[in-house]
Design a protein around this ligand. Sequence first.
Ligand code: NDP
Length: 287
Amino acid sequence: MGAQLLDGKALAQQIRDRIAKDTAELVAETGVRPGLAAILVGDDPASKLYVKNKQKACDAAGIYVDENRLPASTTQAELLALIEKVNADPKVHGILVQLPLPKHIDSRVILEAVSPLKDADGFHPHNMGRLVEGNPIFEACTPKGIIKMIESTGVGIEGKRAVVVGRSNIVGKPVALMLLHRHATVTVCHSKTKDLPAVCREADILVVAIGKAKFVTADMVKPGAIVIDVGVNRLDDGTFVGDVDFEAVRQKAGWLSPVPGGVGPMTIAMLLDNTLDSAKRTAGLKT
Ligand code: NDP
């Protein structure tokens, strides 16, 4: 029997429908409409597509979008001035700065300039620090979406062996902390890990975020494991695959998220969720 597929598209749609309903209620009850400032610098085609998809999702949910498209020549000072403006704008409850930024701009300076109270991406050191404490205001969207996907299996996280492959600040580290707070026993692997296949084979929950096409093969997977494939890799023929060898691992895992249609749609749904929650806090409501 093959793995059950974790349909991120369908799960994300359910979440987006709930967000649309909650948004309409929030507007009706308090007059506060959730707002997202989307900031895109330059013409990177992938970034343009990501921002467009996020805008479309906001529109469908009734979330106001303050769209800011800036040329690649934008200076760091100009971008900082824009961040200051949206930080102060009462119509904006979440701020999305699409990464990567052009090389002449220091991403760290920009992300730290975003108000921690509007940091819908959860990348500000304040929110990262609070995540370490287990008390986050905003949780980063991709890791939060991964947790929702794991929870959708109905298999409890508590007490499980979880292995996260990849230690980036935007995926690997935060998802490892979120699993830890949910009482998994967590191992984080990276490019210097010795005998990675043996470590992966111990995982009841395996999260892979490295950016290497079909890197995780069936021999690295424990039978019945939950496998979450975060990677997005473009092949020469223009198609996209994940970090997991989908067809082979499908025969062995208990649950497997596909690429595309897995973690990607969940990331967008969580951005909307974070923006809605921020607007609720502004309106003095509990989240
Ligand atoms: P980074 O490049 O920032 O980090 C990659 C991590 O993988 C590093 O920690 C690196 O180790 C580790 N790594 C690389 N090669 C190996 C290896 N051979 N064995 C073990 N570990 C390895 O990537 P991101 O976290 O930003 O993204 C990872 C993937 O997820 C990408 O494909 C990206 O496109 C995708 N992604 C998808 C999202 C979505 O919404 N679907 C959102 C964000 C990312 P070391 O630290 O030692 O260098």
